[in-house]
Design a protein around this ligand. Structure first.
Ligand code: G6P
Length: 369
């Protein structure tokens, strides 16, 4: 049957509102709530002995992979590389034998990602794909598949498939951590608990109150010619995703930057006309990000803060506007912040009157090189 928009104005809006259910579905397949541990069905390789993981993908899926890299390195202490598939395949990097090749793709058909998969196979990697379409080429050609099962995504710009990818990668990193002895049961219970709270917190972000706050920020952004998104650690890829979404559907130029790298270039662009969107959850990197935001504010930049209540309170002296998100463990902050920046892009696009679901020049699935 054809998929409808229901009462939503766009498929993108409908799909944004599916975040809680989609994330909940992934968790119910991957986490045992009684033992608060990850359930990972048998993989045809041993997580404990992997020498390295190599992640490759395109577009938003690549940014999900970048968050996955942080999790695999910090939680499982697994050395991990990540590169966009169109570069990776021609760079043809040597890969260690019996390493892990990890592909991330909504469609499972993106030409460059499929070529990266085949290259990884030629290099003797165990190939694992995180895909949304179970019967796709990537799913068929992989040694193992972790399905996101987010349902069909009609909006060209990925939303729910992206957070489903993040949720799958988070669970995979926990399983890898347990197998490699870098994650004890108590910490696993704490982190799975944090994940299980995400669907409810996602629903809070989609509430009237928070979307209204995001809508007020959208009015500022819609006036801008250029927007800078800043984040650190696992939220640096969220800054990249926020900027990409804004470009894709509102046609406003935006750049995502590692907050600490701003002083090596983008700070030259900052004046009162350039909004600086800060992805700044509480956590070990908060103070560092805060000091970068001070630098932006001192140059007249309009700093727009996305944080939890505690972080928002600390930044209120420099924030031109603030969106308060639910308080969470830093582990899951990139998932929640993604929903907020995707909603921001959507609300800006509404103000701009662009074709949200079918942005000019873009295709849902890029099956030619
Ligand atoms: C296109 C879409 C993006 C998507 C990317 C990768 O550019 O517009 O939303 O992230 O392709 O697609 P894939 O199907 O491999 O995730």
């Amino acid at each position: 049957a054809a998929i409808g928009r229901g009462n939503y104005r766009h498929f993108m809006e409908k799909e944004l509102h599916e975040h809680p259910v989609v994330i909940g579905d992934v968790l119910s397949r991957m986490i045992d709530p009684a033992s608060r541990s990850v359930m990972l069905w048998d993989l045809p390789f041993d997580l404990a002995t992997l020498p390295r993981a190599t992640i490759s993908a395109c577009g938003s899926a690549f940014y999900a992979g970048l968050v996955g890299r942080v999790w695999l390195e910090t939680i499982a202490r697994l050395p991990t590389d990540a590169d966009v598939a169109s570069e990776f395949r021609y760079r043809a990097p040597p890969l260690p034998s019996e390493g892990l090749g990890l592909l991330v793709s909504q469609s499972g058909e993106t030409a460059d990602t499929l070529a990266a998969l085949r290259y990884m196979q030629d290099e003797g990697q165990h190939v694992l794909s995180v895909v949304n379409v179970p019967e796709s080429s990537m799913a068929r050609e992989s040694d193992a598949v972790l399905e996101t099962l987010a349902g069909p995504e009609i909006g060209v710009a990925s939303t729910k498939a992206f957070t489903a990818q993040l949720t799958v990668l988070a669970c995979f990193a926990l399983a890898a951590g347990r197998a490699r002895g870098t994650l004890d049961a108590a910490r696993e219970a704490l982190l799975t608990q944090a994940l299980m709270e995400v669907p409810g917190q996602a629903a809070e972000i989609l509430s009237e109150e928070t979307t209204a706050a995001i809508g007020r920020v959208a009015e500022r952004i819609a006036e801008a010619r250029d927007v800078l998104y800043l984040g650190r650690g696992s939220c640096f890829p969220v800054a990249l995703e926020g900027a990409l979404k804004l470009k894709e559907i509102s046609y406003i130029h935006a750049e995502g930057y590692a907050a600490g790298e701003m002083k090596h270039g983008p700070i030259a662009l900052i004046d009162r006309h350039v909004p600086v969107v800060a992805i700044a959850p509480s956590g070990p990197l908060f103070e560092k990000t805060a000091s970068n935001l001070q630098e932006a504010a001192a140059r007249g930049g309009q700093v727009i803060v996305f944080s939890d209540a505690a972080g928002a309170e600390k930044l209120k002296g420099i924030a031109a506007a603030t969106v308060v998100l639910p308080t969470c463990d830093p582990f899951v902050a990139p998932i929640l912040h993604t929903i907020a920046v995707q909603m921001l892009a959507y609300r800006v696009a509404l103000l701009k009157g662009t074709d949200v679901d079918q942005p000019r020049n873009l295709a849902k699935s890029v099956t030619v090189e």
